[in-house]
Design a protein. Sequence first.
Length: 313
Amino acid sequence: MNRTEESGYRSLFKQWDSRSWVRSKPRRNGAFASGLHYFSPDLCPLLAHPEVRAAPAQVREEILVHSLYVYLEFTVQLELGPVNETCLLLHSPDFCPWLPAAMKEDLLRIYTDEAAHAEMSHTLLATVRDHTGVEPVLHRPYFLQELSRLYAAELPVYRPLVKLFFSIVSETLITGSLTKLPKDPSVQQAVRELAADHATDEGLHHAYFRRLFKSLWPKMPAPLQTKIGALLPEIILAFLRPDEAAMTRTLAGYPEIFEDPARVVAETVELPRVRGSLVDNAAPTLRMLAQEGVFSDPVISAAFDKHGLRQHA
Ligand SMILES: [Fe+2]
Ligand SMILES: [Fe+2]
C-alpha cells in the first residue's frame, strides 16, 4: 500500500462552496423558445436511422423530447441509485478503511452534488412534460437491468465491489450528452445549461474516482483483479449502449409511421455512427484502465476484445 500518496490527499473540493452547482448556481428551468430542439439531434441515436429522419417534423421533435426524458431519467436513477449507494458504502469506516479521512469527507460533497443533479434533472423533466404535453414512456433504464443481472450472477460477498466498480466506471465515462449538449445552439437554453452545470460538477467527480481507482486497483489481489476486470466491459456497455427498450417504446407511440419499431431500433444500434459514438465515449475510461496496467491481465484483455472495446484503448 502506498500510504504516502494516500495520506497526501488534498481535497479536490476545497472550492466546493463557490463552484458546486447546488451550492452556488441557479436552477436551470427557464423559458422554452419555439424553434429550438429539446435534445441534440446529433446525440439522438434514433435520428441516425433514415426511416426516423423521414418522419414528419413534429414526430422528430417529439422523439427528441423523449430522448431528453430518457437522458434525465437515466441521471435521476443513476445518481440516486448506484452512485450515491457507493458514496454511502465508501463513507462507512468499515469499507476501504485505508481511504484518508479527507477522501471520506469529500464523499459527502459528491453525495450532495448527485442528489441535486437528480432533483434538478427530475424538475426539468416535469417542466418539459408540462410545457410540451409529451408523456414520457415507461421504462426501466437499461443500465439498471444490467446492474441487476451482474449482481445476480455474483456471490453476495462480491456485490459491493461490483457496485463500486459500476460507480467508478460511470463517474469516469465522459458521455457526449455532458460535453456536446451544452455546445449545441439548436437546443433549448435550459437543457444546455443543465448539462453544462452537471458537466462541471462531474469534472471533479471524475478526478476523485480516478484517484480512488488508482489507489484501489493495486491493493486488490490478482485473482480479484481478474474477476472484477473481466466484468468491466459489460459495465461500460451497460452505460453506453443505447436504451433499446426505451427507444422501441418511443417509436411504438407512432404506429401509423413505424409498423415495426423493434426492427428500426435493432438496425439503429448497429449503425456505424451509433457504434462509433459508443466507442468514443468509452475512451477516457479505457485510457485510465490502460494507464493502471489493467490490460496486462490476459483474461481481462480478452474480455474487452470479446466486447469490441479493447482495440480502441
Ligand atoms: Fe451527477
Ligand atoms: Fe458524479
